[in-house]
Design a protein around this ligand. Structure first.
Ligand code: HEM
Length: 396
């Protein structure tokens, strides 16, 4: 950006990916929103879309805010992900999404409910025999790991690495020069070479993975697309949902009266999901390539720049949500952007919502209150969540 242009736009000149900002992001998000709906991140040479209204407008305008040149903040990742569902524009994107989203439609996902309920109830019963447990490893992980591994149908060696690949690949979405990005890039390469080498014969027959290769066999998608979509079932499905479930327990431990309300009225569970991921959005931001000169929020964005879509920041926009920092499960928050918005809206949201509903109900049946014993967060370039959350669960 030339200096003349810079003088007329709001500028943020600190590192958006520093440990301090990542571990306690909300004061920075507020500062960014107060600077304006569209802010220049000088350190990273990219725009940040910070307000709810402008973010929905940008996500709903993929001709300007294009995904086809990648959604990450570094070119090696943008190149490596070329052709991935996340990193394409329509119509190519929609062709892939039609095949990809088949097993993730509400009606299909609903059929998993009974099996999930059995798993969740058995796990919570087991945990109630212990004095305390880790809401991340023992609760958050449980359904995403067991259900996703089974449905995708990866062989044992893939299942073993799934969690590590998923989380670290998201670290690789950060800017170059950031240590986490560099480590993430190595792991993303490892995951990529595993995916390229998968033998379709080794996938569980009838699994989501096997169906993708069948679609490739019928010529509906290419072999390379089948491989990249298979990881699309794994990478975005794990830590996002794990973080949402464990963040919920953290929020309820801090706001016990909200837990009492949910226990008294299970009809509130959909509101709980929306409010949890509005408050603690598991994905903080992805980026877009600005494909045309465009005016947004009073700022002229030039073709060829990059814009960060700050979902987590827009979800706390006090211009849109009164008392935005307050956790209120009865708040009308359906229009949050934690699952994105527009053509790239999360393809797995019905599965994620079902996993959360089932787990919250199993916990609410048995637990009167959570007390936090210990909590630990680790910085991550893209994801927000706890690394460990030891809680005492007071039985109902
Ligand atoms: C609470 C859990 C989840 C959250 C918060 C979340 C969040 C998001 C967000 C913000 C996007 C938009 C990306 C963009 O704007 O470019 C997205 C896209 C996506 N998500 Fe999720 N997600 C979750 C769970 C899942 C699950 C369980 C799956 C898979 C089974 C999944 C698969 C995907 C895929 C494939 C896309 C790309 C869709 C496209 O480009 O058309 N997600 N997710």
């Amino acid at each position: 950006m030339d200096t003349q242009t810079l003088e007329s736009v709001p500028v943020f000149d600190r590192d958006f990916w520093s440990d301090e900002v990542i571990l306690d992001p909300y004061p920075t998000y507020r500062e960014l929103r107060d600077l304006g709906p569209v802010v220049w991140l000088a350190r990273h040479e990219a725009w940040a879309i910070t307000h709810h209204t402008e973010l929905r407008a940008a996500l709903g305008n993929p001709r300007v805010f294009s995904s086809a040149r990648g959604c990450m903040m570094n070119e090696p990742m943008n190149k490596a992900f070329a052709g991935n569902i996340l990193c394409t524009d329509d119509p190519e994107h929609l062709d892939m999404r039609k095949v990809f989203a088949l097993p993730l439609m509400p009606g299909t996902v609903r059929k998993l409910r009974e099996r999930m309920e059995e798993l969740a109830v058995a796990q919570v019963d087991l945990l109630m025999k212990r004095e305390s447990f880790d809401a991340v490893a023992d609760v958050g992980h449980y359904l995403p790991i067991n259900v996703v591994a089974e449905l995708v149908g990866l062989p044992e060696d893939g299942r073993r690495h799934m969690l590590e690949w998923a989380a670290d690949s998201f670290d690789a979405f950060g800017p170059m020069g950031n240590e986490r990005t560099l480590t993430g890039l190595q792991i993303a390469q490892e995951a990529g070479s595993y995916t390229r080498g998968i033998d379709p014969q080794k996938l569980t027959p009838g699994s989501w993975g096997a169906s993708l290769f069948e679609a490739a066999g019928r010529g509906e998608i290419s072999d390379a697309q089948a491989r990249s979509m298979m990881m699309g079932y794994v990478a975005p499905a794990l830590d996002t949902t794990i973080n949402a479930i464990s963040s919920a327990i953290w929020l309820f431990a801090k706001n016990p009266q909200q837990w009492v309300r949910l226990r008294a009225d299970r009809g509130l569970v959909t509101g709980v999901i929306n409010e949890v991921i509005r408050m603690e959005s598991p994905i903080r931001a992805f980026s877009r390539y600005v494909a045309q000169d465009h005016s947004l929020g009073g700022v002229e964005l030039k073709k060829g720049t990059r814009a960060m879509m700050l979902y987590a920041c827009a979800n706390r926009d006090e211009r849109h949500y009164p008392e935005a920092d307050r956790f209120d499960i009865t708040r009308p928050a359906r229009d949050h952007v934690a699952f994105g918005y527009g053509t790239h809206t999360c393809a797995g949201m019905h599965l994620a919502k079902l996993e959360m509903t089932v787990m919250f109900n199993a916990l609410a049946d048995r637990i009167a209150r959570f007390e936090i014993v210990e909590e630990e967060r680790r910085p991550h370039n893209t994801l927000r969540g706890l690394h460990r959350l030891i809680v005492n669960a007071i039985p109902a």
